[in-house]
Design a binder for this molecule. Structure first.
Ligand code: HEM
Length: 466
């Protein structure tokens, strides 16, 4: 594996594909100090993430590198700290708050349409950076009750800089450990990006402390501040100690800024890319949007009727899972799918591989939303869709560490897509080449994604079954 480091760093997705092609679905790497096991069977992946999750921690290179930016937020922490934080934060992700997510998403989508319209008549804009900023404003409004639009560009840029350093360290074990403390250019870049994140999150907290936390506030920041003893007599405490320190609040805000906008933006960008090359999927999607919305902006209550839109989102998450690799470390010896796993093994599960395996998906490379269409009459709302029945489908992970923002992300994705395309068509401009995938913390198009949104006439054909 050490000899393979340049290849991993150059193109980790191609490297993973080559490994399973040559060595099968359970691959043990002969590493001198740390045993490493790539697990590419649905049963094995679910064993690690779900069935025997207690034996698998996040003490991995991937999460160690990420924690240099997020500290011990929900994504990177383990054990008692993780359990306490998840319990405190879960209510802010309750379904009751999703209508606010819907309102903010549609508002951000309308702004995005304006940006497209203002670029000299229907010229392309870089969908990647525009969607990234839009999703950041949704996170700001819904989770922190704050307007992040002014800080947007700085924040997006700081997150990008920080995460590039994270991935450089995570894909190159030589860059981890004591080397991270050397005053290299990369370390300086990381420090300056983290300083920007610190500054923006401190600003969010200061503004909210000054404004006060009301008993009826249910946004995430209110929940965190209450746990730190702010704004109410019944603050969540144990032995008169607040449940959260200022540092813990900072770590969770940075975690949510990163986990909450970059992932959703990544999935939306790949949806536009896939749609641009699939006229028949566009046609069916537009037929549903015309039928349900009749040209008006969507709202929360339209979601159950937007079943095909949701299937497009699910299928894009299959082909381009933003979290393309998930790692764990075994705490005690175990057996995965018949393979012995010594204590301390670094286990790698890749949704990218599992989602494109011909053993689990017929015609796996094809963009075919139909495979996710529900048989149910009411259509899917937020929450698990029919695709979740396939054990090889893990875009949001599995088990107790399942993404806390899954329903939040699905509402955002369905409604942003519906807002953008309710009377527009997405088009890859002539001369713009296919994007090159860059596997960073999420999957990104290497040089952005220039796309045009052009007005379209309503689809004449009635929707099948409508
Ligand atoms: C399409 C969008 C998203 C995808 C594909 C995604 C994917 C994932 C995955 C795979 C995990 C599990 C990682 C592991 O097991 O190691 C995860 C965890 C997490 N996600 Fe997401 N996520 C998305 C959106 C969001 C959003 C919108 C938020 C917040 C608003 C969020 C916050 C988190 C947090 C805090 C965790 C850690 C949960 C825990 O361990 O308790 N994610 N996400």
């Amino acid at each position: 594996m050490i000899r393979g480091i340049p290849a991993i760093m150059r193109n980790p997705l191609a490297w993973l594909e080559r490994v399973v092609e040559r060595h099968g679905d359970l691959v043990a790497f002969p590493m001198p100090k740390t045993p490493v096991l790539l697990v590419n069977t649905p049963v094995g992946a679910r064993h690690v993430l779900q069935r025997n999750h207690r034996n698998y921690t996040k003490a991995t290179i991937q999460y160690g590198a990420l924690s240099l930016v997020t500290g011990s937020g929900l994504l990177t922490s383990d054990g008692e700290v993780w359990r306490r934080h998840r319990r405190i934060m879960q209510p802010a992700f309750h379904h009751g708050g999703l209508d606010q997510v819907a309102i903010s998403t549609v508002a951000a989508g309308e702004q995005l349409r304006d940006a497209w319209d203002q670029s000299s008549p229907y010229a392309p804009i870089d969908a990647e950076s525009a969607i990234m900023r839009a999703m950041l404003t949704v996170v700001g409004r819904t989770l922190f009750a704050d307007d992040l639009s002014d800080a947007g560009s700085d924040l997006v840029e700081a997150v990008d800089r920080a995460l590039r350093q994270v991935i450089a360290r995570a894909t190159n074990p030589l860059a981890a450990g004591p080397l991270t403390r050397l005053p290299t250019l990369s370390a300086r870049r990381m420090r300056s990006a983290v300083a920007t994140l610190d500054q923006v999150t401190a600003g969010i907290v200061d503004r909210r402390r000054a404004q006060g936390v009301k008993a009826e506030d249910t946004d995430l920041l209110a929940v965190l501040l209450r746990a730190a003893g702010v704004g109410s007599d019944d603050a969540v405490t144990t032995d008169s100690q607040p449940w959260m320190t200022d540092q813990e609040i900072r770590d969770e805000l940075v975690t949510l800024v990163i986990a909450g906008h970059e992932t959703v933006a990544s999935s939306l960008v790949w949806i536009l890319h896939l749609l641009a090359d699939a006229p028949e999927v566009q046609e069916r999607l537009y037929a549903e949007l015309d039928h349900v919305l009749e040209g008006r902006p969507p709202s929360w209550k339209d979601i159950p009727a937007l079943a095909y839109t949701r299937a497009v989102v699910d299928e894009a998450l299959r082909l381009y899972p933003p979290a393309w690799v998930i790692t764990r470390r075994s705490a005690a010896p175990d057996t995965i799918d018949g393979v012995d796993v010594p204590e301390g093994t670094l286990v790698i599960v890749s949704p990218w591989l599992l989602h494109r395996s011909a053993k689990s998906w017929p015609d796996p490379e094809r963009f075919n939303p139909e495979r996710f269409l529900s048989d149910s009459v009411s259509g899917p709302g937020p929450g698990p869709g029919p695709g979740d029945r396939n054990p090889a489908y893990l875009p949001f992970g599995a088990g107790p560490r399942l993404c806390i923002g899954r329903d939040f992300a699905l509402v955002e994705s369905v409604l942003l897509l519906a807002t953008l395309l309710r009377d527009r068509a997405v088009l890859r401009p002539a001369g713009v080449s296919q994007p090159v995938i860059e596997a960073l913390v999420t999957l990104k198009p290497k040089h952005g994604l220039p796309m045009a949104l052009i007005p379209r006439t309503p689809v004449a054909e009635p929707l099948h079954g409508a």
